[in-house]
Design a protein around this ligand. Structure first.
Ligand code: DGL
Length: 269
């Protein structure tokens, strides 16, 4: 059982449905090398993308409130699905800065030369009102094709990034977009950057992949510079917790982050 005292005082809390948010965490680590980071992989409740909005909201609030109780100074939602469904609810319920990732439609529209942008994301994300709003606001008359990619999150959770099965599953959802002339693909789920070399190999060198993780890290740094004093120049710590099977998540985190990463069980009280 975890003590209710501020266990992660002054750290930055980062969470996702699973290991995908590590793609955001690495951008945060690069941008803020002196900050302590605590990452929660909500793997016991993943994937979010196939669940109801009520369930995703409940998980986002549960993990967000828990991080706040542990004393974190900011929360990063490293999950597009949780952002488009529940970021507003979390922001309404916490005084902490909440920085959240969402599909990078605006930069993709600026990059396309063919006028066709593909958005690869979870079912919940492509069906969300938030993404419809982003398309309406930033579409500038370009064609934006939204593509749900069920199964891709599970590939990353299993660290299955380069197998024949993975290539077949990537082709299944990429080929319709490429056939429609998409030259810019938004990685609209934080798991997908771990598939980016396989995605790029299928798409070819003329297709641009867009991942907003660096922009999220910059926004987090900007928000922190407004609200908290800067840290002493010692390297920050990085802690990993999961609501899922610790051994299985440990294996995947070691593969995606590095063997030095140690995953512990998350406890809600
Ligand atoms: N990484 C989450 C996202 O960015 C994946 C959601 C899921 O678990 O389906 O959307």
């Amino acid at each position: 059982m975890v003590s209710t005292t501020a266990r992660f005082g002054n750290a930055i809390g980062v969470f996702d449905s699973g290991v995908g948010g590590l793609s955001v965490l690495r951008a945060i680590r690069a941008a803020l090398p002196h900050e302590d980071l605590v990452y929660v992989a909500d793997s016991g409740h993943a994937p979010y993308g196939d669940q109801t909005s009520a369930h995703i909201t409940q998980r986002t609030l549960t993990v967000g409130h828990w991080l706040a109780e542990q004393g974190v100074k900011a929360i990063t939602i490293a999950c597009n699905t949780a952002t488009v469904v529940a970021a507003r609810s979390l922001r309404e319920q916490t005084h902490l800065p909440v920085v959240a990732i969402e599909p990078a439609i605006k930069p993709a529209v600026a990059l396309t030369r063919t006028g066709v942008v593909g958005v690869l994301a979870t079912r919940q994300t492509v069906q969300s009102e938030s993404v419809a709003r982003l398309c309406a606001q930033y579409g500038q008359g370009k064609r934006i094709v939204l593509q749900a990619c069920p199964g891709w999150v599970e590939l990353v959770e299993q660290a299955d990034l380069h197998s024949a099965r993975t290539e077949a599953m990537l082709r299944q959802f990429m080929e319709p977009l490429l056939a429609q002339g998409a030259d810019t693909l938004v990685l609209g789920c934080t798991h997908y950057p771990f598939l980016s070399s396989a995605i790029q190999a299928i798409a070819g060198p003329d297709v641009t992949l867009v991942d907003p993780a660096d922009a999220v890290a910059r926004e987090l740094a900007r928000r922190l510079s407004q609200t908290t004093p800067s840290r002493a120049p010692a390297p920050g710590t990085t802690q990993f917790l999961t609501t899922g099977d610790v051994d299985q998540v440990q294996q995947t985190v070691a593969h995606l982050w590095g063997p030095q990463a140690k995953v512990a069980a998350w406890a809600s009280n």
